[in-house]
Design a protein around this ligand. Structure first.
Ligand code: PLP
Length: 428
């Protein structure tokens, strides 16, 4: 099983069988409130009728269309709808099937972009410690989670990392962007000093690191990164697989933080998790660079997937975007942010709570690791939450990570907070 403690799971499985709105029903019939939107993806809630209808209709109408040398209209309609949501001139879209494929696509486009301009020496990729960019070789290499890297040898050559942005002494219990830490972006200057900009293709960061326990960016950090990239001619890639589609109370984190990257990935929320889909946006100039030179019959970007822009995924995404728009879910997430933050931060003072972070409809609670047994408190919390308290969340080690569907009500936020309190006490 993926990223699962197989032996523990098989001894005591956590199985869900149906879902609706903000709940799962487990195989023993118990009702589970979804505090994590599945895996940060079901932003519109579960089994929404309009999305289910769109998928069913699409399956009956056009089950599959090849994405190499052929296409189908919904792929272009969806690309245009997405481009309208993205900030700046991020107006061209390439479709993949997951966040991992989106990231590897973004990294390959960055490398190819410099190549088509005769600057093939710009081939180094810079990631960040504590970053997560999926599980492809590229994403694992630029990622900064040691457990995900250590089993897989040398990964890619020519990769370096910025330091991560978390400092508990300076940032504990901050709401939104911490005040401290913008200067950490200057790490990029240090890496330029070490490697020279003529060898660096791109820097990739999550605007808010998600998988290592939700680390909002320090105030001003992303702007500073953008400035340094501009100064040295380095592409800036935002991995918005988690932060896209309203999670931070805006269409994308790029919009919320007022920083436009050159390439931006998406996945998860694009279909509200219903059908696998991912992809990336590129700025117009990047697209144009590939359209120069060479004969018109030649393939400009030798990259793609059999299931790029799969009709079922496109239909699901179009119906999902309609729900986001018609129900104003991104604005709703922004409006609920203070209610959510109050509820989560009220857990300060509960046993073993060492830090709490929140931004948009994201929350993280760091529990003190047990002596000599890191991760056991977090695992027990996840298991007890599901089996005994009817609550689903993610954990990263001993950190509880929360990201409820954007349709959550204020009373359901209160319910999640009450259940969290009980779980935290149970694992004290
Ligand atoms: N990038 C980020 C920022 C993610 O959070 C994730 C998944 O959580 C991925 C990439 C990988 O996405 P997937 O699991 O769809 O391959």
């Amino acid at each position: 099983m993926p990223f699962t403690a197989n032996r523990s799971f098989k001894a005591k499985p956590r199985l869900v069988v149906t879902s609706k709105d903000i709940h799962y029903i487990a195989n023993d019939g118990s009702k589970i409130i979804d505090g994590s939107s599945g895996l940060w993806c079901c932003n519109a809630g579960h089994n929404r009728d309009a999305i289910v209808d769109a998928i069913q209709k699409q399956a009956a109408e056009l089950d599959y269309a090849p994405s190499f040398q052929f296409g189908h209209p919904k792929a272009f309609t969806l690309a245009a709808r997405l481009a309208a949501l993205a900030p700046g001139d991020l107006d061209h879209v390439f479709f993949a099937n997951s966040g991992s494929e989106a990231v590897d696509t973004a990294l390959k486009i960055a490398l190819a972009y410099w190549n088509v301009q005769g600057k093939g020496s710009k081939s180094r990729l810079i990631g960040r410690e504590r970053g997560y960019h999926g599980v492809g070789f590229g994403g694992t290499a630029v990622g900064g989670m040691v457990a995900n890297r250590k089993l897989y040898g040398n990964l890619l050559a020519g990769v370096d990392h910025l330091r991560h942005t978390y400092n508990r002494d300076e940032q504990a219990f901050s709401r939104g962007e911490p005040e401290w830490g913008a200067d950490l972006a200057d790490d990029l200057e240090r890496l330029v000093g070490l490697h020279d900009a003529s060898t660096i293709a791109a820097v990739i960061v999550e605007p808010m690191a998600g998988s290592t326990g939700a680390l909002p960016p320090p105030k001003g950090y992303l702007k500073r990164l953008r400035e340094i990239c501009d100064k040295h001619g380095i592409l800036l890639i935002f991995d918005e697989v988690i932060t896209g589609f309203g999670r931070l109370g805006a269409s994308f984190a790029a919009e919320r933080f007022g920083v436009v990257p050159d390439i931006m990935t998406f996945a998860k929320g694009v279909t509200s998790g219903t059908v696998p889909m991912g992809g990336c946006f590129v700025r117009r100039g990047i697209y144009e660079a590939f359209m120069q030179g060479g004969p018109a019959h030649a393939v400009e970007l030798t990259h793609g997937y059999t299931y790029s822009a799969h009709p079922l995924a496109c239909a699901a995404a179009l119906a999902t975007l309609d729900i986001y728009r018609d129900e104003g879910l991104f604005e709703r997430a922004r409006a609920l942010e203070p209610v959510w933050a109050d509820a989560i931060h009220a857990l300060k003072g509960e046993p073993n709570v060492e830090d709490i972070r929140s931004i948009g409809l994201v929350g993280a609670i760091d529990l003190k690791p047990r002596d000599g047994a890191p991760g056991t408190r977090g695992y027990e919390a996840l298991d007890r939450a599901f089996h005994e308290h009817g609550l689903m969340f993610r954990t990263a080690g001993d950190t509880i990570a929360l990201s409820p569907p954007l349709i959550i009500s204020e009373s359901q936020i209160g319910e999640i907070a009450d259940k969290l309190k009980a779980v935290i006490r149970a694992v004290a």
